[in-house]
Design a binder for this molecule. Sequence first.
Ligand SMILES: Cc1cc2nc3c(=O)[nH]c(=O)nc-3n(C[C@H](O)[C@H](O)[C@H](O)COP(=O)(O)O)c2cc1C
Length: 369
Amino acid sequence: MLSTGYRRLLRPALFAAAGGDPEAVHEATLERLEQLGRHPHLVRALRRLTAVDGAEVELAGIRFPGPVGLAAGMDKGARAVTAWQGLGFSHVEVGTVTAHPQPGNPRPRVFRAPLSGGLVNRMGFNNDGAAAVADRLARAGVRRGNGAAGVPVGISLGKSKVTPLPEAVEDYLTSLRLLAPHADYLAVNVSSPNTPGLRRLQDGGHLRELVTALVAETRTLAGDAAAPVPVLVKLAPDLGDEALDEVLEVCEDAGAAGIIATNTTTSRDGLVGLDQRLVDEPGGLSGAPLRDRARAVVARVSSRSALPVIGVGGIMTADDALALLDAGARLVQVYTGFIYAGPGLVAEITARHARRQAPAGTPSLGRRA
Ligand SMILES: Cc1cc2nc3c(=O)[nH]c(=O)nc-3n(C[C@H](O)[C@H](O)[C@H](O)COP(=O)(O)O)c2cc1C
């Protein structure tokens, strides 16, 4: 119902707005959500409408009120971090944030593929830098264990473009030290196709050094008093089976707490009709064309490793989300599906997940009081 209203009324208006420039629409929407976040009572009221009993999930020692989070990239600077829960999200992955502020690639850098249910982007980690984002999170009262007034906050870390690959570890560590106090978990992004050389950090040796150093630093920061902030690793869907198996072994050895699968793909399979104009557009493809590959990666990770998985990629319907959970994901995240289907998608996935979790014979699950 909510999804139909969004698809018929709001989405056509949003897609036509700002001369059809997706990034301008994104910025305007983020600004509205930022304003909403300044009214905690309103967010709480919305949260009460969208929260569902019995949908809770646990991962890496964190309790999530539901199974659907906001994927990284939507709120890179944590501008609307307290508002997303009002739309039903069970967690928000802020970022990707880099140690140095950077403008990202020249515009245009996001392209819709409406016939295929996809997006191509080459944003290039445009962000205000770790110090500014840490400051914003502090001012919003977001800190570990408290999250965005209740829902957990993950923070995605990436490499600054100006930092050469051999200095990547120190670059990530700079961001980690600034941002860890505000994070319920950290996501190591080594899988964006839009920072030259970044995906090479998925190679065994590089990855081992990086994840080992980051996990060690979380242990140092936590001291004896608290459990360290869990470090999850976000992977590309374009790794072959052998490379994936090697990555999993490294992540386990290095002390990662989980895997996020997957980032966008460099493949252009699944673009149909006029959307094929984007075949040669550099960037990562997300949405429906990514669905089958993301599901296959989640299934392989789950069958090969004991690390818990957050599944992301191509969730356009509640059925897609449930299939990813059935493939072994414990939580899911959405980005492109949220653009195409709106907040109703989050509500529907959450409700259906709760119904599946309910013990047999339990009467219908109500909204949380
Ligand atoms: C415009 C855009 C920007 C993105 N930026 C990031 C990012 O900064 N960091 C990251 O880890 N993933 C980023 N992603 C990838 C998403 O988090 C997600 O992994 C991917 O889009 C697949 O999910 P989807 O099919 O639901 O969109 C971005 C995706 C899009 C479309």
